[in-house]
Design a protein around this ligand. Structure first.
Ligand SMILES: NC(=O)c1ccc[n+]([C@@H]2O[C@H](COP(=O)([O-])OP(=O)(O)OC[C@H]3O[C@@H](n4cnc5c(N)ncnc54)[C@H](O)[C@@H]3O)[C@@H](O)[C@H]2O)c1
Length: 256
């Protein structure tokens, strides 16, 4: 799929990796419906990039009715949707058992609800809308890119909930790609290492240096634009399907 033809839903598109993706799609002539909880940042993006190219819809990705209504709204404004980039996520850390006792179960469930159920929720509704698209010359009706994390493979102490949620995203990539192949909809997942987004803002210098030291090469945090470049590669290369790609400078996270 060519970048200028992309009409995407980008969840978490108001910040970090999602924002960089939104900017890259718009710069290449595509359109984006940003699904995010952060109204202030979402509206700033619309003001900056123009309402012909960006639509902000305040959305909780884990809410079924909210996503159903907002996918319908995006299709009604743009005429169709042919891409999804799932970036909405939270990274609430916590030990399974800490000095205060066992983790409150709601805390675990909230991470799963947003990162895993939220990703699935947007896929199920957006894919149903994509199935009615006219296929392009390659037979493609749509492309879906999810965001996992290297924590899906080497979660650290305190990442049980986060790793479980991201492992779930990796795990559902192939079965959904298999199901959607009949409709010409590809499904891919990116597993980033450490990328410099607001998640890292305010991190003390020594902690930042320690994280950079963990990365094999290049020895630095990733840039959100590097994530957006990989999204573009996935959009434009029809052979990429049903796989998770690590984007991590060969980092292998240690137990803590
Ligand atoms: N930055 C990294 O190093 C890194 C590494 C691995 C994976 N990731 C993953 O990449 C994704 C994006 O992370 P980021 O670093 O850009 O974070 P970020 O905090 O900058 O952006 C996340 C966005 O998601 C939105 N969001 C949170 N809950 C939501 C909900 N229920 N519904 C809709 N939107 C919601 C937030 O408002 C925010 O705008 C996350 O899934 C994260 O787990 C990030």
């Amino acid at each position: 799929m060519e970048m200028h033809e992309i009409i995407a839903i980008v969840t978490g598109g108001a910040s970090g990796l999602g924002e960089a993706t939104t900017r890259r799609i718009v710069a290449a002539g595509g359109k984006v419906a940003v699904f995010d909880m952060n109204e202030e940042r979402g509206k700033m993006l619309v003001d900056e990039l123009g309402e012909d190219h960006v639509l902000f819809l305040k959305t909780d990705v884990a809410n079924a009715e909210n996503v159903e209504a907002n996918v319908a709204e995006a299709v009604s404004v743009f005429g169709k949707v042919n891409a999804v980039v799932n970036c909405a996520g939270i990274a609430t850390p916590g030990k399974v058992v800490s000095k205060g006792g066992p983790m409150i179960l709601d805390r675990f469930e909230q991470v799963i609800r947003i990162n895993l159920t939220g990703t699935f929720n947007v896929i199920r509704v957006a894919a149903a809308a994509m199935m009615g698209n006219e296929p392009n010359a390659e037979g493609e009706r749509g492309v879906i890119v999810n965001t996992a994390s290297v924590a899906a493979f080497e979660g650290q102490i305190g990442q049980a909930a986060y790793s479980a949620s991201k492992g779930g995203v990796v795990g559902m990539t192939l079965p959904i790609a298999r199901e959607f192949a009949a409709y010409g909809i590809r499904v891919m997942t990116i597993a980033p290492g450490l990328v410099e987004t607001p998640l890292f803002a305010g991190l003390p210098e020594p902690a930042r240096n320690a994280l950079e030291e963990l990365t094999l090469f290049p020895k630095r945090l990733g840039h959100p634009e590097e994530y957006a470049r990989l999204v573009e590669s996935i959009f434009t290369n029809p052979l990429l399907n049903g796989e998770t790609i690590r984007l991590d400078g060969a980092i292998r996270m240690q137990p803590k």
